[in-house]
Design a protein. Sequence first.
Length: 275
Amino acid sequence: MMSNPVEETIVPARGHKAEPDGPAGVELCTFVSERVGAKGFSTGLAKFKPQAFLPYHLHRFSESIVVIEGHARVLVEGRAYSLAPIDCVHIPSGVAHRVENESPEQELVAHWSFGNAKPSREFVDRQFPIEERGSASPTGADPETIIRYDQDAVYALSPNAYFQDLFAKRFGSVGICGGHGRFFPGASLPCHIHDFDESITIVKGKAACLVQGKRYELSDCDTAFIPRGTPHRFLNQSDDEMAMVWVYAGSEPDRSIVDAGYCSGELRWEGTNHQ
């Protein structure tokens, strides 16, 4: 028996309830997971008060962390890296890591993505010798991967819409890929679909999201969950820049352009999202 199709979900960041058992000074919020019908991945935010930290822990799946605001110190089995805004670190399954906000004044906000629809972590009661690496990159022998915003390749998906891939199979992640997109005023992506679920978090400015004739306004880390095979598009109709962190439940970015009428609602989409 077929289940009902999964529909898009908009998760407002403002007032979103944090996990009740998070470490002191750290607010952990889940936006996309199995609770909204996602398969194979989950996304959310971690907010760190000044000098707060998330102790050593590990996951049984890939994790990617993208800094949104502030600066992070990420320790991967003792290898300590400094991450600036839009820098990304990928942590493979089973690798212990710790995230710190060393600033005495500024909050740290980081976007996380898991290669599993059920967010979980296992805290590790172990310490590692510290090796300060600062803004250096991991070596070929290290399991982690870091992609830095000021060094990453930029490509245009449409006029005045510029994207960067921050994690994907080619960078070591398993089951998830994602990156950062910048939309200058008037920019948009054409109506399109994916063969996997997608999470989009608006990290700067204001976005209009069209999904099969429905229109949503997003800002301030509001997040859209778009199920596989659902026509959608994002537009910047404001006078300021808009930016997003996008995540796919797939190994590499891929999209198929469809007629704009499927997003505006002028045409009826007969395709299927996941069942």
